[in-house]
Design a protein around this ligand. Structure first.
Ligand SMILES: [Zn+2]
Length: 293
């Protein structure tokens, strides 16, 4: 523990907040106990022994989803991805603009935006290349080619990957290189300080901590991270991925909710609560819109 340095603020003192099994697939737990630390200065939470292999999204998806097939990706992500995009549409002017999505999987968002944009590029493992090309998107398996060839993009999406990264700072520095000087980066990050964590404590964390997430960020450390990597924060949104009834069911059972749950609140009443959860940034995710300094 002495050797570790906080990846965000450089502090060297941590609290051990977890020393137990964590999730290693959608429903299974590790055999061994894992240590999770929290920086005493910026409250960054991270796996004491970070994973590098799960940075390859096709490997991670094979473990955490049913499998890594195109069909399964679309089934698992479609409504989630589209919801993410709908939320961001007000901040996008796609005409004649170049889009890049990092960790794009089958490129659900790229496909939706393709017609209106100048170009769409997806970055993900080689596993997705053929499929992305068939949908008319350019594919790179990492950012090396665009960086080397000084390609730039007007809009870059990174909606489910920062928490998986082995080195988030280097990743953001790479994004800096390919973001147009007037471009915008949209980044979604799971929010450690969310209402589930506040109300459920360890009964939330024991399902939330998983081998595929190296980091558990919150606004406090994300603000520092983006500042240090030369981004301006243009906007921060709360983004809540579940119905309010999902939280009620979890509170009642104190267990992670798989499948159906009781509908205590109507959709309309639930939406009202969710709106406040998002406005107060206690949602399950945060979305940042960033520009270059
Ligand atoms: Zn720190």
């Amino acid at each position: 523990m002495k050797k570790a340095i906080c990846e965000v603020c450089g502090h060297k003192n941590f609290d051990l907040i977890w020393f137990d099994k964590i999730r290693c697939s959608s429903k299974k737990f590790t055999k061994n106990k894992k240590k999770i630390l929290k920086c005493k200065k910026c409250n960054l939470v991270f796996l004491s022994k970070k994973n590098r292999v799960l940075e390859d999204s096709s490997i991670a998806r094979n473990i955490y989803n049913k499998n890594n097939s195109m069909k399964e990706f679309i089934k698992f992500h479609k409504s989630r991805e589209i919801k993410k995009l709908d939320f961001l549409y007000d901040y996008i002017e796609p005409k004649n603009k170049k889009f890049l999505e990092s960790n794009c999987g089958t490129g659900i968002i790229l496909s939706k935006i393709k017609k209106k944009s100048k170009s769409t590029t997806g970055v993900d493992s080689m596993h997705y290349k053929e499929f992305l090309n068939s949908m008319g998107h350019t594919h790179y398996n990492n950012l090396d080619y665009p960086i080397k060839n000084k390609l730039t993009y007007d809009y870059i999406f990174s909606l489910s990957e920062l928490e998986h990264k082995f080195n988030p700072k280097n990743f953001l520095k790479d994004i800096q290189k390919i973001l147009d000087k007037k471009g915008k980066l949209f980044i979604r990050v799971p929010n450690f300080n969310n209402i589930y964590m506040s109300l459920l404590g360890n009964n939330f964390l024991k399902y939330d901590f998983r081998t595929s997430h190296n980091f558990y960020f919150s606004k406090e450390n994300l603000d520092i991270l983006f500042k240090k990597t030369n981004f301006n924060i243009e906007k921060i949104f709360g983004f809540h991925e579940y119905d309010f009834n999902h939280l009620l069911e979890y509170l009642k059972t104190q267990k992670r909710v798989y499948g159906d749950y009781r509908m205590v609140f109507s959709k309309k009443d639930s939406n009202k609560v969710i709106k406040n959860i998002e406005a107060n940034l206690i949602s399950t995710s945060l979305i940042y819109i960033l520009s270059k300094k």
